[in-house]
Design a binder for this molecule. Structure first.
Ligand code: FPP
Length: 253
């Protein structure tokens, strides 16, 4: 039985978030330029989007370009933007055929105009789809997102649209870029680093974290399903005791 068949479809995370790390190191290990690693990383993106759709995952967020990534050498930034534009242009029809709905989170206006155009077209093309929600985090950082949400809440309070006493966890969530999506239950980071790197800090509060040494360009469906199996073997307690969780599970069995 392969890993996909071993998955318990009743216990799948709704939302998986991935930090796609290790493109540069993978390329360097092969004596290639870092950009080669990003190109190969696109193959993994395609594979994992299909893998999530096949497993029945409803939301997949990919950290494709962080706010901090703007500080990389200009040629690498340009190459990444060009790769993004070409990939979206090439893959939009395929995503649409596969019933994938595309979304973007992040500081959209900071992306080059051509990038914004391709993304907007793909978002529009796939808007009516009902399958996997593919969320690309671009020019994204969680501290930026939280700061922006705080500013908007302050403006709404000042304008009398909101009372300070109405601000709670649920309301705050509605001001985040991810307002339409459930929080990820599983966050995967490839390539051996054990960090969250300014990614979905608010939304990952109760997520299970899974780290693998596999570099992103080598990450395949099988690796994804192993991460999902690992997730399914964990006990999610949300601050409660193991006994409370087991009693609740027995009541629902
Ligand atoms: C991290 O590897 C990867 C990125 C910063 C870019 C990810 C982009 C892609 C996979 C291609 C485009 C994506 C889409 C959605 C079309 P790194 O460069 O930080 O690797 P390193 O840690 O080994 O240096």
């Amino acid at each position: 039985m392969n890993a996909l068949q071993s998955l318990d479809r009743e216990k799948l995370p709704k939302h998986v978030a991935i930090i796609m790390d290790g493109n540069g190191r993978w390329a360097k290990e092969r004596g290639e330029d870092r950009v080669y690693g990003h190109h190969e990383g696109v193959i993994s993106v395609r594979e994992i989007v299909n893998g999530c759709a096949e497993a029945g995952i409803q939301y997949l967020t990919l950290y494709a370009f962080s706010t901090e990534n703007w500080n990389r050498p200009q040629e690498e930034v340009n190459a990444l933007m060009e790769l993004l534009v070409n990939t979206i242009r090439k893959e939009a029809d395929e995503l649409n055929k596969n019933n994938v709905k595309m979304h973007v989170i992040g500081d959209f206006e900071t992306l080059p105009a051509i990038c914004q155009k391709e993304l907007n077209e793909a978002i529009e093309l796939t808007a009516a789809n009902t399958g996997l929600n593919l969320i690309l985090a671009l020019s994204y950082s969680s501290r930026w997102e939280i700061t922006e949400a705080t500013k908007k809440i302050a403006e709404d309070v000042a304008a009398g649209k909101l009372k300070t006493e109405d601000i709670n966890d649920t309301l705050f969530h509605q001001y985040l870029n991810t307002a339409k999506f459930p929080d990820p239950e599983l966050m995967i980071r490839t390539s051996g680093e054990h960090r969250i790197s300014n990614f979905l800090l608010y939304q990952l509060a109760y997520a299970e974290l899974y780290f693998t040494n596999v570099h992103w360009p080598e990450f395949r469906k099988q690796n994804l399903y192993e991460a999902l199996l690992n997730y399914q073997a964990r006990e999610r307690r949300f601050g409660k005791t193991s006994e409370q969780i087991q009693t609740k599970t027995a009541q629902h069995a």
